[in-house]
Design a binder for this molecule. Sequence first.
Ligand code: ADP
Ligand code: MG
Length: 568
Amino acid sequence: DTRVETHEFQAEARQLLRLMVHSIYSNKDVFLRELISNASDALDKLRLAHLTDSDLPADVSDLHIALEADRERRTLTVRDNGIGMTRDEVVGLIGTVAKSGTAELLRQLEESKDAAASQDLIGRFGVGFYSAFMVADRVTLLTRRAGEESGTRWESDGDGTYTVEQVGDAPQGTAVTVHLKPADAEDHLFDYTDPWKIREIVKRYSDFISWPIRMEAERPDGESGTRSETETLNSMKALWARPRSEVKDEEYHEFYKHLSHDWQDPLETVSLRAEGSFEYEALLFLPARAPLDLFSRDAVSGVQLYVKRVFIMDDCRELMPEYLRFVKGVVDAADLSLNISREILQQDRQIQLMRRRLVKKVLSTVKGLMTSDPERYRTFWDQFGRVVKEGIITDPDNQRAVLDIASFASTHDADEPVTLRAYVERMKDGQEDIYYSTGQSRSVLENSPHMEAFHAKGYEVLLLTDPVDEMWVESVREYDGKRLRPVNQGDTGLPAEDDGEDGEKARTERDRQESDFTPLLSWLREQLADEVKDVRLSSRLTSSPACLVGDAQDLPPSLERMYRAMGQ
Ligand code: ADP
Ligand code: MG
């Protein structure tokens, strides 16, 4: 059956393709990195499939990637003899964008009218296979799934449709051929059939790929002749196995981009080596930007598991807690079975020890940044603080460590977030507790009448506006022996309310006021009987006539909502 079927790209895929065709991304070289990265993944998958099922009828004798340039026809082919795809996989994987965050990306692109901002968004998303359309006006993909009889040919020129047809004699694996757009001086399109250009790109972006990337090239031979020779373009060294001092930052950065599909350099590189009875090496990265799907349910976590240099799995959640789900990297363990399953991972004690150590290392790295590079720490916290704070609740063992690296908006300085340590250090004489206020925005909190007494005393108040804040404040009793207290619940514990030289005078004064205001208070209680529990005189206000206060045991969010609903 050699019917050629024409299919439409899924709507989101079409939109992404259009962006690629119109080349909003200026660094077009990266298309080759994306195709090589896919080829490398396909080889990893085949090796693993073969290791776990030796009956798989696949050829694993010479797994590699081949680059074939044809200067006359202006094509470049990236060929692998890896796992390949079935027809349905081609349609499902290439014709649609299943990646989480796509809708969000497209929405933001729609809104952003600025080219630089759009590039930045695309870069954070990583468009993978479709990036071929930055340089090509047609892309052909020929593939055969390892173990299957026949193959599939896919082709598209990047408009709304693609074709698929069955082919009898495809080699195992996948060959992607890009038909290069005419070289256009204005477009700054390089000649991607030039062996020098290809060598340069592979060296820069894909040197660490653990499979050989080969290319046939003409070499001078004898007086005037040339002969064709196969070169291996990459060094194939597993970066995590090399001592940190021998690896250039750029190499780490390219490796990070390969792992994360991010087009931006990471914020920080973390490496770790454990020796002894359970050996492993880890190379982790803190991204510089939060991914678009940070809060999506189906976002994949970023840690890959290897066993003795063999790729085992992506998205290894057992190695990194959810609140550090943005950490990318590789963990290579020496003593695990290649057949290890997720179920076993979840129970394995060694894995748990490993995870504990990795978490501590990540947290201490961030702590280090706070002093060594406050600017970068600030970037980190701006991007990931909202997620990291989940750890205050979900990781009791590291609660203190997470609190130590956290910073919060406060009344002290509108632009500088404060750490709890700094807060405690500048507490006013006589101030016993750490005060905070939770709610939806800084301005609402700042202008709340609850704040008046604190303003008057010059006490700093933390302004907590992330949803997670409402939760963690409930689980933290104290920091450095100082209680955390909400400004809008129960007794504020402000010293003037009970203590001090003026205490006696203040109390008599209040007793006098109480009796003066008894009729008003009971009238108010009656009028508001359905709305509030009680109406009291308070010393917490300095200029507003009234404010709503919750009991210490009340839930703050519901109160907040009521408060706003009543027009404050
Ligand atoms: P990603 O690599 O982030 O998943 P891509 O757009 O690069 O996204 O690729 C989409 C999917 O197409 C891959 O996840 C993979 O399943 C499939 N694919 C792409 N290239 C190959 C290949 N050379 N061999 C096998 N499958 C491939
Ligand atoms: Mg890819």
